[in-house]
Every structure is written in structure tokens, then in C-alpha cells.
Ligand binder design. Structure first.
Ligand code: 4AD
Ligand code: MG
Length: 462
């Protein structure tokens, strides 16, 4: 069986050959003794025009009755039609209906809103927009693995179920068990969730970082790429309860090495997607974001800006902008601040470094000033933060002190502290939000439209 994209790519050499294609009907036109089907198989945007004649196929009457959305397998001859609207078509000899559809099929030939399409997350991959988004998602994932593998990084699978809170922020989903059988009920009628399976409270991981640090202190350079979960109840276009994160961790390295790595990685991902998905990028540039291509190619040819948090606050205070959240030294940067810096001031990606320790996690290395930590967030136009990283605190006493200050119990992190007891070294890492980079690569502005089945507060239907 051939893919439609392949038929277009190899049209000349395949002219006159017998081909078999499987796909779903996008449109149908019946002209009494012959008809046209536009078939799509998800290999690209181009539909395959199938011509069928009553004289040539046995089940002509059955075919003319098919509805948009039906699944067909076509056997026929490929014909180059350079003078036609499409450069190839298939003249059918045999059409097999593998799955019928009905006139109620929700994806009719018109433009549907993304809001409507979210209500049919199981069917939306059959639209051009989601076809583009999820092909790019696939290519970007592979590009990320390629980037790290080519540089000798070891891929580590850190656990999904864990007893530690890697960010110390408490925004976690608790893991419990149901007993066998129907949900067992307590006397008051409520569901009995049983005992803690692991003998201690556990949760879904918010980040693989702590596990990755331990592997970095064995392998030197490692990365994770897996699902992470946050029970933050923020209903924004950039937050999901389940998202994927890429977390490299590098030993014998500091914050500058960390930023260099993030910058190289982002450029590599963009370069690969531009090379491998030119049709998708062109489509998105035409229908979703007119500046997408220019912005992405711009990133390949300019350095990212790097400024301290203190300088960022100065820029924001001097901007004359009316922000919803007022700015002062010590405040956490909100999306509106991040976007001002990257979109209006620098007009390119910018690293903001050395944040006040109060607004960052316990594991970040305390700077000599005693007030700030060696953190670096990467902000990009259109989104804001896509990478959060830091040099890690390698000094046992300073780390324990920071934990206590933040109300965490060092005993709970005994194994993590061991990494400072036995051969602790300078090390650094970052987390790239996978959906955030897909938004950046596609110009799609809502995280719900780059996740196959988005989980956000109040929505996990599919
Ligand atoms: O800044 P965060 O919270 O950093 C960490 O988790 C560190 N442990 C990473 C590390 O140093 N190894 O998250 C990292 C990135 C953010 O910059 C953002 O892109 C993404 O993860 N992210 C989310 N993406 C979607 N939905 C959410 N709720 C997200 N929270 C964070
Ligand atoms: Mg962050």
C-alpha cells in the first residue's frame, strides 16, 4: 500500500503503475456514470483525487452512496495529470468500503472553530490543522532525541509515581488504589480508596529532575523525556495538568553551559522541523500565524538575549506599560511581563537569569549575593516561558538550609542529599515544556490544541 504523499513525491516515475491506497473520504462528487473522491490518509495535506466509473468498478452504486468520513481502500492506476488541478490522480479498478460513515459525520467540508474541534478530540486529527500540529509534534520529539543522542547524552526514564515533590511546590496529584471489585463503599456510602499501596503517600511526578540529577552524577550528561503532572488550577492557554517535559542534566557544568545547551537545542529543533515539515509550516503560516516562518527562520540567525532578573525589572519599570500585575524587584514575572520583554523589547528569545531566591525552587544554587539564585528561564515571543532551568546547589549545608527555609524536610530528600555527600559536583539542567515548544513551532496559541487529548482542570473526557 502507498501513502498519498509518496504518490505525489514519486508521481513521474510511478505514472501508469498500479497502486493501492487506504484513506478517508474528504469530499465526493457523483456525475451519474462516473464520480470523484477526494481521499486523505494523513500523510500530508494533499488529498488524492480518485476517479471511478460505473463501467470500471463492480460496486458503483454502493460507492456513490458513501458519506464523507468513510474509510476506503482503492486499487487502481496512477495517472500524472500535470495540466489538472492536482498533479496526480488514481483511476479506480476496485474500491473496497472498509468502514462506512453517516451524513451526521461532524467534520464536513467547512472551517470548524478550534473550540468546536476540542469537543471532538477523537476526530480532529483528521483535519488539516491537527494533521499539521501532530505531525510536527512527532518530528519535534524525534529531533529532540536526535539532538541529545548525537551529543552522547544518556536517556533516563524517571518514575511517574513518586514519593518526592521535585519542585517543592505541593501541586501534585495523589496516587491511591481502589480495591478489587466494584468500588467498595464505606458505611457512609463513600468510595473506599483502600490503603496506601506504597506504604507512604505518593503522587504523579511534577518533574523528573531529581532522578535525572542522580544519573547525571553517574553518566555526566543525561536527559529525560516523559509525561509530568501538575495540579495547578490555572485555566490559561499555556497550562495543562498533564504535559511532557524534556529535562537534560549536565555534570561539571554551570549556568552558562546550561543556557548554551538550551539555545543549541531550540535551534536544532527549529532547523529540523523547517527541513522535515515545510508543507506543514507553510500551511500554518498561511492559516494560523502570518509571521511564523519569519520568526522561526529569524531564530536560526540571531543569538538569544541574556539578561538578569534585576535588569528585566528595570526594563519593565522603564517601559511605560500599564501591566495588570505591577512590577517591583522580588515579584514573580507574569506572562504579560515575559511577553513584553521578548516581544516588544528584545523581539527575540531572551534568557532571564538570577531570580530572587524567594520565587524559585529549593534546589537552585544560591549566588554569592545571598539573595538570588543561578536560575535561567527562556522566554520566547508569543508564549513567554518555554524553558526553566538552573545550576543546582551542590553544597550540602547550603542546600539543607534552603530546604528548611522553604518548609521542606531534608529527611524526605535523604537520597537527593546523598548526591552532595558522595562526589557532588557542579551541575545544571533545565526543563523544556514540550507543548510550549510545539506552540512556538506551529503558532498555535492554545495548549489544548497541541496535545492529542488535553487534560486541563475540569476536562479529561477522552
Ligand atoms: O519551570 P518548571 O516548573 O521547571 C521544572 O520543572 C524544573 N524541574 C526543570 C529542570 O530544571 N529540570 O517547568 C519547566 C517547563 C516550563 O518552562 C514550561 O515550559 C513547562 O515546563 N511547564 C508547563 N507546560 C504546560 N503546562 C504546565 N502546567 C507547565 N508547567 C511547566
Ligand atoms: Mg518555571
Amino acid at each position: 500500500r502507498s501513502k498519498i504523499s509518496e504518490l505525489y513525491a514519486r508521481a513521474k516515475e510511478m505514472d501508469g503503475q498500479k497502486v493501492v491506497v487506504g484513506g478517508w473520504i474528504r469530499t465526493m462528487r457523483d456525475m451519474k456514470t462516473f464520480g470523484f473522491i477526494e481521499l486523505n490518509d494523513g500523510s500530508g495535506f494533499k488529498n488524492l483525487q480518485v476517479v471511478y466509473e460505473s463501467a470500471a468498478i463492480a460496486n458503483y452504486a454502493e460507492i456513490t452512496k458513501q458519506n464523507v468520513g468513510a474509510a476506503l481502500v482503492i486499487r487502481g492506476t496512477l495517472v500524472c495529470t500535470p495540466e489538472g488541478r492536482q498533479s496526480v490522480e488514481v483511476r479506480a479498478r476496485e474500491i473496497e468500503v472498509e468502514g462506512t460513515s453517516t451524513p451526521e459525520y461532524p467534520l464536513q467540508k467547512k472551517r470548524h472553530s478550534v473550540e468546536f474541534l476540542r469537543t471532538i478530540a477523537h476526530l480532529r486529527p483528521r483535519t488539516n490543522l491537527f494533521s499539521a500540529a501532530f505531525r510536527i509534534r512527532s518530528v519535534a520529539a524525534f529531533a529532540i532525541h536526535t539532538f541529545f543522542q548525537e551529543r552522547g547524552f544518556v536517556y533516563v526514564h524517571t518514575p511517574i509515581i513518586t514519593g518526592s515533590d521535585a519542585e517543592g511546590a505541593g501541586e501534585m496529584f495523589r496516587v491511591t488504589t481502589l480495591s478489587a471489585g466494584d468500588p467498595p463503599r464505606k458505611e457512609d456510602g463513600s468510595v473506599d480508596f483502600g490503603k496506601d499501596f506504597f506504604g507512604r503517600p505518593t503522587n504523579l511526578t511534577v518533574s523528573g529532575q531529581l532522578g535525572a540529577e542522580s544519573f547525571a552524577l553517574a553518566f555526566g550528561n543525561v536527559y529525560t523525556f516523559g509525561p509530568t503532572f501538575r495540579a495547578e488550577n490555572s485555566n490559561t492557554p499555556r497550562h495543562a495538568a498533564e504535559f511532557w517535559m524534556i529535562e537534560p542534566e549536565i555534570a561539571f557544568a554551570d549556568l552558562k553551559d546550561d543556557m548554551d545547551l538550551a539555545e543549541d537545542m531550540i535551534r536544532f529543533i527549529i532547523k529540523t522541523v523547517l527541513e522535515k515539515c515545510p508543507d506543514e509550516i507553510q500551511f500554518l503560516n498561511a492559516f494560523v500565524d502570518k509571521e511564523l516562518l519569519e520568526r522561526l527562520t529569524g531564530v536560526l540567525h540571531s543569538e538569544f538575549a541574556r539578561i538578569s532578573y534585576t535588569r528585566a525589572v528595570e526594563i519593565l519599570l522603564g517601559s511605560g506599560e500599564k501591566f495588570e500585575y505591577p512590577v517591583s524587584w522580588g515579584c514573580d514575572l507574569q506572562t504579560e511581563h515575559e511577553r513584553y520583554l521578548t516581544e516588544k523589547h528584545f523581539k527575540r528569545p531572551v534568557f532571564v537569569t538570577d531570580y530572587p531566591k524567594e520565587i524559585k525552587a529549593f534546589y537552585m544554587r544560591l549566588n554569592d549575593d545571598g539573595n538570588t539564585v543561578a536560575a535561567a528561564d527562556l522566554l520566547v515571543p508569543g508564549i513567554g516561558e518555554i524553558v526553566g532551568g538552573s545550576q543546582r546547589e551542590e553544597r550540602l549545608d547550603v542546600l539543607e538550609e534552603r530546604m528548611r527555609e522553604l518548609g521542606l524536610r531534608p529527611e524526605d530528600y535523604w537520597w537527593y542529599l546523598d548526591l552532595r555527600r558522595y562526589g557532588g559536583t557542579r551541575h545544571a539542567g533545565f526543563g523544556l515544556g514540550f507543548e510550549r515548544i510545539i506552540m512556538y513551532l506551529t503558532g498555535i496559541t492554545n495548549i489544548r490544541d497541541v496535545l492529542p487529548y488535553p487534560r486541563t482542570a475540569g476536562s479529561a473526557e477522552f
